[in-house]
Design a protein around this ligand. Structure first.
Ligand code: SF4
Length: 224
């Protein structure tokens, strides 16, 4: 779908995104690494707004790993029901809490490998926690928006999130590994919509290989 962009263009893209979305930050509400981990697990297939409506009651009752590890599963299911896939999510947050208590003394571990061993945690969740709890950058958060924008902008040709992440890590400076996800998500919401990208209004149109490659209904019609 897209041609590869040069390093010079990548720098322009990053600079402009950084200027336009300088206030970009995590949208989930949390206090401390454990609550961040739980909120991120709950955000799978769910909006951040919905998660933020759900977590106050959840954290009021079970705001620490110790408390959540002991929580009755039916109670957890009821509290996270509105985030969807609630049975799995309740099982995962309780399982993660139990493992954090039994193996890490109640503290969320700070390495990618340890986080990946927790129930319900894949690279995206682990990266969110490492970056936003401790500013540890060992990867890039890749969700559907980051994947779509990265392909349109020519930063990758991959569709597998792990491969997209590897491509981004090769071409984006490590200092931007946290922000690029926030920037691309915000740009996807504001301008580069999945169905109707507004290329005519886009401040990246001169450096985006996919610019103008969509018809009036937003359907991909091929590179110009
Ligand atoms: S030019 Fe079009 S396809 Fe490229 S980033 Fe902007 S809106 Fe998206």
């Amino acid at each position: 779908m897209s041609k590869k962009v040069s390093q010079q263009k990548i720098e322009k893209i990053l600079n402009r995104l950084g200027k336009h979305y300088s206030e970009a930050k995590i949208a989930l509400n949390f206090k401390g690494p454990f609550q961040l981990l739980v909120a991120t697990i709950l955000s799978a297939q769910c909006t951040d707004v919905r998660v933020n409506m759900t977590t106050p009651a959840l954290f009021k009752k079970y705001g620490t790993a110790e408390k959540m590890a002991e929580a009755p599963i039916q109670d957890l299911e009821g509290l996270v029901r509105s985030t969807g896939f609630y049975k799995n999510k309740a099982k995962n947050i309780k399982g993660a809490a139990q493992m954090i208590v039994s193996q890490y003394g109640g503290e969320v571990p700070k390495t990618m490998d340890e986080l990946l061993a927790l129930p319900g945690v894949a690279r995206k969740t682990a990266n969110v926690v490492l970056q936003n709890a401790w500013d540890i950058r060992v990867g890039v958060v890749v969700d559907t928006h980051v994947g779509r924008l990265s392909r349109r902008l020519g930063l990758t040709k991959e569709t597998d999130p792990k491969k997209v992440e590897q491509d981004l890590m090769k071409i984006v400076p490590q200092k931007d590994w946290t922000n690029i996800a926030f920037w691309l998500i915000d740009h996807g919401r504001a301008i580069c919509d999945a169905r109707k990208p507004k290329c005519n209004d886009c401040f990246l149109s001169d450096v985006c290989p996919a610019s103008g490659s969509f018809d009036a209904r937003g359907k991909w019609v091929g590179m110009k």
